[in-house]
Ligand binder design. Structure first.
Ligand SMILES: [Zn+2]
Length: 571
């Protein structure tokens, strides 16, 4: 009887350490956790270890919880503990068919809590346990046709079939709203988004996308690219993990070189970069065994914890310095193009690409000969130069009628000052001159691109309650990338302003014929311009309808607000 408590203790210790194995560890190495197993694991871990907190902080489109797990050994609240420290934030399962990060993060949180690996002193480690919950629940074995395990996994689209990794600006999903809220709460210094690659075959298990250094900003971009990421990867190599930038080619072979992936703001790291966070997309290689992929994902996160722990002061200082680049009156690049004269040579470790007749069609097909390894220099193009620039204004003015935009800015903690009384303000305004639109729906939208605006200025009336938005704030890049119509992922391009592209009133030809004739008769300057247009444009000279339309568009009858962009600039 006396020995019973000891025995009991032994048994409970035994079952306890057993139960803190993750489903991935308990399985055959080719299995990933389910959503319910994951939650139960973290909830029990949090119960056992005060350094782990596990809380619901958002909601999937299907109503299921999006949970955030935090390792914070300080006994203070997150808000207090983060002071003077850096925050690493990891996102998992945005594409649940690529679950490596979900399993790796469970093990890492556990290993930090149990002291299996040394807790960093200067970093708070935070993660979304799994982001696309409805996708994770939609398990199957076939949707990733080219992937080598796990045996079963979730689906890429969420419950409403959105690819959440295109939704960071347009915010169609509740998931995206939740992410923005969580991100603005955590305000991380460094961000990692865990994925699995598609594309060519080569020797690497670990590939990565460093967020575009140019959009990140000169100081932070150069520091991240030349120093931080290089050190992280060297440390990985010391552990025997070789790496290569995401092999950004599809349907071709990498031997001819490849450019850095452009993670515009619609993507996770494109969004986080707008708030001055350093971002990496981990892309483990789809054809490598699942357990090897989980291991390198784990290793890279540990590597980050160690690096940030040592360099948190430098990181914070670089982040602060970097923001100074975006002062009012400075130039800001809205579009970038690849500089094809600049590249670095990568010692690329590939498999020989070979060709043989297809068993299906008899036509020539590509295959990679894994017995024929090579290592040779391949060009990696990683320099982008501005293709379109604007001047950063002092303020935007946003009428309260644009409540959808105002709501998204609020979600991102953008400072906005309501106008106290009705006022006429001298502002600069854009007219949408031209744009193209994709022919088929893309992620729930008919996305515009190649947008081109012209500028006008004058006094415009605003109402009490409309908003003045200063650009002298931390979210300056977010404001520019969403509110400048020519930016690739602007709210304009994502269809938020399509209503103003339509003309509301028009004319009947037989009535306006007489009005137009009267206008030309009474307005000499108009008549001269009209005749001039006819003389230089022979097609116009032969087109009666076009001539009438010309007079209409040059008269008071034409809607002044047609194609006038309803967000204003003060320089
Ligand atoms: Zn992915």
């Amino acid at each position: 009887m006396k020995n019973l408590p000891v025995l009991f203790l032994l048994i409970s210790t035994f079952t306890f350490s057993q139960s803190f194995q993750t489903p991935f560890e308990k399985g055959n190495g080719n299995q990933t956790t389910t959503f319910d197993e994951m939650r139960k694991f973290y909830q029990e871990l949090a119960k056992q270890y005060p350094s782990i907190s596990y809380e619901t902080k958002g909601e999937d489109d299907n109503g299921a919880p999006i949970d955030v797990v935090i390792f914070n050994p300080t006994k203070q609240s997150f808000e207090d503990a983060r002071k003077g420290k850096s925050v690493l934030f990891v996102n998992n399962g945005i594409h649940p068919g690529e679950p490596d990060g979900i399993d790796a993060t469970m093990m890492l949180m556990r290993d930090l809590a149990t002291g299996k690996i040394k807790a960093p002193k200067n970093v708070i480690f935070t993660a979304i346990a799994n982001y696309n919950v409805s996708g994770m629940m939609n398990r199957g074995r076939f949707s990733r046709a080219n992937q080598n395990g796990p045996e079963e996994y979730g689906f890429r689209g969420n419950a409403r079939n959105y690819d959440l990794n295109r939704d960071f600006i347009k915010t169609d999903s509740k998931n995206s709203r939740s992410f923005q809220q969580i991100f603005q709460w955590l305000k991380p210094d460094v961000f990692i988004d865990n994925h699995v690659s598609n594309g060519a075959d080569y020797q690497y298990t670990f590939t990565y996308i460093s967020t575009n250094k140019e959009r990140l900003g000169t100081i932070l971009g150069n520091y991240f690219n030349d120093e931080m990421q290089k050190t992280l990867l060297k440390n990985m190599e010391k552990k025997g993990v070789i790496s290569v930038p995401y092999v950004n080619i599809h349907g071709d072979v990498p031997d001819g070189g490849f450019p850095a992936f452009v993670d515009s703001p619609r993507y996770a790291t494109g969004y986080t970069t707008l708030f001055n966070s350093i971002g990496t997309v981990v892309e483990t290689h789809m054809l490598k065994p699942y357990k090897d992929r989980v291991k390198v994902t784990y290793d890279y996160m540990v590597d980050n914890l160690n690096y940030i722990d040592e360099n948190y002061k430098t990181i914070q200082q670089k982040r602060a310095e970097n923001l100074k680049q975006y002062k009012v009156g400075n130039r800001y690049a809205l579009a970038w193009k690849l500089d094809s004269t600049k590249y670095e040579n990568i010692d690329f470790k590939g498999f020989e690409a070979k060709y043989k007749p297809s068993d299906i069609s008899g036509k020539t097909r590509l295959w990679y000969d894994r017995n024929s390894k090579f290592s040779k220099p391949v060009k990696f193009y990683n320099t982008y130069v501005p293709a379109k620039e604007i001047t950063i204004p002092k303020y935007y003015v946003i009428p309260q009628s644009e409540w959808k935009i105002i709501d998204l800015l609020r979600l991102n903690q953008i400072k906005m000052i309501p106008i106290k009384q009705d006022s006429a303000i001298t502002v600069e305004q854009y007219r949408i001159k031209d744009f193209k639109t994709v022919p088929n729906p893309y992620e729930g939208h008919y996305l515009h691109y190649d947008t081109f605006v012209t500028k006008e200025s004058g006094k415009t009336k605003f109402r009490a309650g409309d908003f003045i938005v200063p650009l002298n704030q931390d979210g300056v890049k977010f404001l520019l990338e969403t509110l400048e119509p020519e930016a690739v992922d602007s709210y304009f391009n994502w269809n938020f302003f399509d209503a103003m592209l339509g003309q509301k009133e028009y004319y009947s030809v037989y009535v306006f014929e007489d009005t137009a004739a009267k206008l030309l008769k009474e307005n000499k300057a108009l008549k001269t311009a009209f005749e001039m247009e006819k003389s230089i444009n022979p097609k116009f000279a032969q087109d009666g309808d076009a001539q009438l339309d010309w007079v209409y568009k040059h008269s008071e009858y034409y809607e002044k607000t047609h194609r006038l962009y309803p967000i204003f600039r003060i320089n």
